[in-house]
Design a protein around this ligand. Structure first.
Ligand SMILES: Cc1cc2nc3c(=O)[nH]c(=O)nc-3n(C[C@H](O)[C@H](O)[C@H](O)COP(=O)(O)O)c2cc1C
Length: 234
């Protein structure tokens, strides 16, 4: 599946099938995670058959998650968003369900970390039914009630190229904590930047996710890391 198709198909899933992930999928995920870790310096890990971290939560049957481990600075948080979402879209292409999550039992979570690293958050992952359960649809509906549209997440000074709007539409499909969509993309006489207020939890994660979605929607380009980072057209 092309990454663009995965981006259009993805929705957060909160009910998983009560069965293990196939060894084949686990191997493909581990390979993709290893590649992203090598590029980013993150320490993401696929944890399988661990049922306690989501026990008693609104999620059902979570047995697997990706532990988003890395250093404790803002650029690392942003990289967690960017590279974690790459894995989310890869997993969508494998037919797996995913959901970023900041609410889980940290004490029960299984992961390795070096001295200077922390567990930022996790991504629940696993086999799902094609169709959302009624309960999942209700939660998803509630989380989208206050969704912000094109105008709320963009600022234009002068003209914006057509691919800027394809980038924006891809950002509108990005997951974000509480669906707040806190990232503003500005186009100032052709110079594109992405920024957040940086005042709420997980905004740097949302920034990294939004940057990846913009890049995919715009069909190329690279981002400078950081709040207010510039999009480099290539
Ligand atoms: C950083 C981050 C943290 C999140 N934390 C939670 C969470 O704790 N619980 C939850 O149910 N969903 C969580 N989500 C999922 C969002 O609620 C979801 O992405 C948003 O409502 C948009 O829905 P969608 O992903 O289906 O487009 C989180 C998403 C992100 C990016």
């Amino acid at each position: 599946m092309k990454i663009n198709d995965a981006l259009n198909l993805r929705h957060s899933r909160r009910t998983y099938l009560d069965c293990p992930m196939s060894n084949e999928d686990a191997k493909k995920l581990c390979d993709a995670i290893q590649k992203c870790n090598a590029l980013s310096g993150l320490h993401m890990q696929l944890i399988t058959e661990e049922k306690m971290a989501f026990k008693g939560s609104m999620f059902k049957n979570v047995r697997n998650y990706i532990a988003m481990v890395g250093r404790g600075d803002d650029i690392t948080r942003e990289k967690c968003g960017y590279f974690g979402e790459k894995i989310v879209l890869f997993a969508t292409g494998l037919g797996l369900g995913t959901c970023w999550s900041g609410t889980f039992n940290r004490a029960a979570c299984r992961f390795d970390a070096f001295k200077d690293e922390i567990l930022h958050l996790v991504i629940a992952i696993g086999p799902v039914r094609n169709k959302m359960t009624q309960r999942e649809s209700v939660i998803s509906g509630i989380s989208h009630i206050n969704s912000r549209g094109r105008k709320k997440i963009s600022r234009i000074f002068g003209d914006a190229p057509p691919w800027f709007w394809s980038g924006i539409d891809a950002v509108l499909k990005a997951p974000s904590a509480m669906n707040r969509r806190p990232v503003t993309l500005s186009c100032n006489d052709g110079e594109i930047t992405a920024s957040i207020s940086g005042k709420k939890d997980y905004e740097y994660i949302d920034l990294g996710i939004a940057k990846l979605h913009f890049e995919i929607g715009a069909l190329g380009g690279d981002w400078e890391w950081g709040n207010g980072g510039t999009f480099i057209v290539n």
